[in-house]
Design a protein around this ligand. Structure first.
Ligand code: CAA
Length: 240
């Protein structure tokens, strides 16, 4: 029987590429999404991947959603925490709401999704938690005090949990994508985006598949000795 992989924000952007790559690698994939029914329906129609709707910012909804996925597909053995949002603004203009929405989704979302799945992984002595952080959690970004704080927090979460999961056969890793050609990056004003691309040594935005390939590797049995790691895929834009 194939392993079950759950990908949050798994119907669009980087998440869609991850869902498809895991399916191609033989996993039974559940793609979670929060709001865009139209995109989810189209994604499911094209790929045949099951979609499940709830917000990762809501703990109770995560518990219920995971229960439903596991009842229909089996225990989740690979969790990809990919769902993320931006609410960019210079700090002097940033509202409490913009701060809270980003922290609730991009940081607390990792707790909300991983916590209900953790006990089962410990019992089965196998698990893969892969969280999509960001270059901007590593280097900080003008206009993203909320996002950079959350994404840096994702790395701390990963390193702490890796130590707790190690003896139970659970690896916990993070990937830091640079600027990838998705709707999120295309929403950055064109002039700003052009100036960012000029700082990427490979001279272009990344592709969602660049990140999906990293996920497939970290999910595999062959990656069992890699835990607490941060894999950087940013075209050389920021060297850690
Ligand atoms: N460094 C220094 N100054 C900067 C700057 C930077 N990187 N970017 C903008 N500024 C300055 C501008 O020059 C301008 O200065 P003046 O007022 O002196 O002209 C000022 O900041 C902008 O002020 P505004 O009041 O016009 O700002 P705004 O309300 O329009 O907001 C912004 C600007 C939202 C920060 C906008 O510049 C922006 O969207 N920046 C991009 C942020 C970004 O990279 N987001 C990443 C999104 S993709 C993603 O998050 C995925 C991932 O993981 C990589």
């Amino acid at each position: 029987m194939s392993r079950v992989a759950l990908v949050t924000g798994g119907t669009r952007g980087i998440g869609a590429a991850i869902s498809m790559a895991l399916k191609d690698a033989g996993y039974t994939v559940a793609a979670n999404y929060a709001g865009n029914d139209e995109a989810a329906k189209e994604f499911s129609h094209v790929t045949g991947i099951r979609t499940f709707k709830w917000s990762v910012a809501d703990y109770d909804a995560c518990e219920e959603g995971i229960r439903q996925v596991e009842a229909e597909l089996g225990p989740v053995e690979v969790l990809v925490n990919n769902a993320g949002i931006t609410r960019d603004a210079p700090f002097h203009k940033m509202s409490r709401q913009q701060w809270k929405e980003v922290i609730d989704t991009n940081l607390s979302g990792l707790f909300n999704m991983t916590h209900p799945i953790w006990a089962g992984m410990r019992e089965r002595k196998f698990g893969r938690i892969i969280s999509i952080s960001s270059i901007n959690g590593q280097k900080g970004q003008f206009g993203q005090a909320n996002y950079s704080a959350a994404k840096a927090g994702d790395l701390g979460f990963t390193k702490a949990l890796a130590q707790e999961g190690a003896r139970a056969g659970i690896t916990v890793n993070a990937i830091c994508p640079g600027y990838i050609a998705t709707e999120m990056v295309m929403a950055v004003p064109e002039k700003v985006r052009e100036s960012i691309i000029a700082t990427i040594p490979v001279g272009r935005l990344g592709e969602p598949e660049d990140i999906a390939r990293c996920v497939v590797f970290l999910a595999s049995d062959q990656a069992g000795f890699i835990t607490g790691a941060t894999i950087t895929a940013n075209g050389g834009q920021y060297l850690t």
